[in-house]
Design a protein around this ligand. Structure first.
Ligand code: CDP
Ligand code: MG
Length: 703
């Protein structure tokens, strides 16, 4: 527990500074386990810095979540009394705030993965801290494997050794897997325990609600009950995503304004409620407010995604309200895959973590909106690691570009299903990122440079070769941020928002959701006051602002690439709108659907022949009868399977591409003759000249 000592906060980890430093000196890998809030993320890098590790290179700390990287870097810069970006900096996708002076660098796991592409030895670093390892994010899992490979290479050839250390940090005690992975490396446990937390099952969500839970209004009821009935202490509500959080906060504002404290409240210690939303893409300026203590008599109510589970520690919480649902790592630009709108049931181990947030500084209570049956029947024991439930296309391209060809034999903490790896290889083959023998193509080497899913990167390259990159780059940027359209849940605002979005869609031509995104981007950019323009048009300014910066970075990468001689060029006749759609076809032809003979449904043409519908938010919703072939950006599952962000295409544009979808079938891919066919690598191309699966293991590091 944090306690004041000689004017400074003392955290549990402070008592073990010397022990931890000695452990890091002694062994190449170390696992550090400590409950959330013990000081791992903010203090441990500072310990190593003070002990002199940063003299030999950067201390890099990875976080699965962008917002956590930003917020802890800001906090540590403040503690070390330096300007953020100097001695302490951060780097997240599309935002690098580091300098020559930087010694402690917080970054997303994805950023470190990209650094591996340029330097597999990570020679700029002295220590890599893989934080939040228990989250088991895809990129952190891959980093585990890459670190292990590096250590194995060093073992074989000691001249390579540059004494890089790895520290794995986790908030859950179950750490043996991490230690075993690094040759049974030592585990350091930061002692400390939580105060008791009483469980209250509210019986509002039952097993039959699993597909369609309505936790927002339920959460509001429980929060208002706590606020009026329970003594002082802040409330932390766990919901799933930004939209649910904003909706819930709206209702909470209203309810708390209507409250007559004299009549309804049991204690008059608290006389107002301060409602604070927390989600991954929220403005940085607002983030700091969640950490500041509330004024006397004010109760804070923080409404958060899973980010407040273990990544961010907020002091003063006595009451937790758990919806029981989660959007797994809510923002995943790589997959472009939708999720069911209500999220997935949380795992029991995460539910225990959430409840723990109520017992950090005093005994607390956890209100679970679900009942005991839901907990027992619907919630899995542990969450499935992301690597086992997500698209691996980007990761496989990265590995192959690093020269790791046998992606089936890579050192995984938990291997993904072979089927998922084969699917990723297939996708890469569709986009010409790898050839039939699994070699990364020159195009693949261009694609991997974009922090975009390979399909989207493919459209960027195509657009440039067709001369319509000015139309496509803004679209690619807009597809890389969360949905920018604000859709209020009810009332007059809902109608206004709908009208405004329709107006924008018609301004864009009224037939293509991708160009609607372009119009939003352009109108906003041209406006004298973009923030006001967004507000008036029910658009998230934060999202568009981010897209503006992404656009610049994509332009930067593309400009460099087009200067090279082997950049692909095509000559096609057509209007700009047509060329744009043809560029989109190159990256999304596997997302193609054809209207069924009857009705409003479509059939996907990727070999699965699934039935899909146009999403009601699309400008083409209701226009199905006019359509034949369409491509879509993503599908979302709600009551039906919907295509979101759709545009019509002509069969003649895709007819040459479509056969590719059927050229490879998974069973033949996993068959061993492909492996047996492995060509003998020559010295020059040994990093690329392997069959699709990468052949029978690499000499240096196969298990
Ligand atoms: O990583 P771990 O969960 O072990 O703890 P931490 O993130 O290092 O947080 C240690 C303490 O720093 C927390 O208890 C917070 O009081 C404080 N903190 C803060 O006030 N503001 C932040 N942005 C991060 C941490
Ligand atoms: Mg932490």
């Amino acid at each position: 527990m944090a306690e004041r000592k000689s004017g400074a906060w003392r955290l549990p980890i402070h008592d073990f500074q010397d022990d931890i430093v000695a452990n890091v000196r002694r062994s190449q890998a170390l696992v550090v386990v400590g409950y959330t809030g013990s000081g791992k993320t903010t203090q441990l890098p500072q310990f190593l810095h003070k002990a002199g590790f940063s003299k030999n290179g950067l201390i890099g700390v990875t976080q699965p979540r962008r917002m956590a990287a930003l917020s802890v870097a800001a906090r540590v810069a403040q503690e070390m009394k330096c300007t953020l970006g100097r001695k302490v900096g951060y780097q997240v996708r599309f935002d690098d705030c580091t300098s020559q002076e930087t010694q402690i660098k917080y970054m997303t796991d994805g950023c470190l993965l990209r650094e591996f592409l340029d330097d597999r030895e990570l020679s700029r670093y002295s220590v890599i801290i893989l934080d939040e390892a228990h989250e088991r994010s895809l990129d952190t899992d891959i980093l585990f494997g890459l670190m292990k490979e590096k250590f194995l290479r060093e073992e074989e050839d000691s001249s390579r050794r540059h004494q890089l250390k790895v520290v794995v940090m986790s908030a859950t005690l179950d750490s043996s897997k991490f230690s075993q992975f690094f040759n049974n490396c030592p585990v350091f446990e930061i002692p400390g325990k939580l105060f008791p937390v009483k469980d209250v099952y509210c019986n509002m969500i039952k097993p039959e609600d699993v597909k369609n839970p309505s936790y927002c209004s339920q959460a509001v009821r429980v929060v208002m009950d706590i606020h009026t009935d329970q003594p002082q202490g802040d409330i932390l509500v766990f919901l799933t995503g930004q939209a649910e959080i904003e909706k819930t906060c709206d209702i909470l504002y209203k309810k708390s304004e209507e409250l007559d404290y004299r009549k309804t409240c049991v204690t008059l210690d608290v006389t107002s409620l301060l409602i604070l939303p927390v989600y991954g893409s929220m403005p940085t300026e607002q983030q700091q407010r969640i950490f500041s203590p509330a004024d006397l008599g004010v109760r804070k109510c923080i409404v958060a995604t899973n980010i407040a589970g273990t990544s961010l520690t907020i002091d003063g919480i006595r009451y937790v309200v758990d919806s029981g649902f989660v959007k797994q790592l809510s923002y995943n630009p790589r997959t472009g895959r939708g999720h069911s709108s209500g999220g997935y049931p949380l795992s029991r181990s995460e539910a225990i973590q959430r409840a723990g947030r109520a017992g950090r500084t005093a005994p607390g209570r956890c209100y679970r909106l679900y009942n005991r049956e839901f907990y027992d029947q619907c919630m899995p024991e542990d969450m499935l690691p992301e690597i086992q439930r997500t698209s691996l296309t980007s990761v496989v391209l990265s590995l192959k570009s690093m020269g790791i060809h046998n992606v089936l034999r890579f050192h995984y903490l938990d291997p993904p299903e072979e089927r998922m790896l084969l699917e990723a290889l297939k996708q890469l083959f569709y986009f010409d990122a790898i050839d039939r023998s699994g070699r990364v193509t020159p195009l693949g080497r261009l694609l991997v440079q974009y922090p975009l899913p390979p399909g989207l990167a493919r459209t960027v390259i195509s657009s440039s070769s067709l001369g319509c990159q000015d139309l496509l780059l803004p679209i690619a940027a807009m597809l890389s941020v969360e949905n920018v359209f604000i859709r209020p849940g009810e009332g007059k605002k809902q109608v206004e928002a709908q009208q405004s979005h329709q107006r924008l869609a018609h301004l864009a031509g009224g037939t293509n959701d991708f160009t609607t995104l372009l119009t939003v981007f352009q109108k906003c950019k041209e406006s004298d006051s973009p923030a006001r323009w967004c507000r008036e048009n029910y658009i998230h300014w934060r999202g568009v602002k981010m897209a503006l910066s992404i656009h610049q970075q994509l332009q930067g990468i593309l400009d460099k690439q087009t200067q090279t001689a082997d950049f692909p060029r095509q000559k096609l006749e057509g209007s700009p709108s047509e060329l744009l759609r043809r560029a989109l076809c190159d990256g999304f032809f596997n997302h193609i659907a054809r209207r069924s003979a009857t009705g409003r449904s479509f059939r996907t043409m990727d070999g699965h022949a699934s039935t899909v519908f146009i999403h009601p938010s699309s400008v083409l919703f209701g226009e199905e009868a006019q359509l034949d072939w369409v491509i879509f950006h993503e599908v979302v599952w709600t009551s039906k399977v919907y295509m979101r962000t759709v545009c019509p295409v002509r069969y003649s544009w895709v007819q040459d591409l479509l056969p590719k979808l059927h050229q490879l079938d998974l069973s033949s891919l996993s068959g061993c003759q492909l492996i047996a066919d492995e060509p003998t690598p020559t010295a020059q191309d040994q990093d690329v000249h392997k069959p699709l699966l990468g052949g029978q293991g690499r000499a240096s590091s196969s298990p």
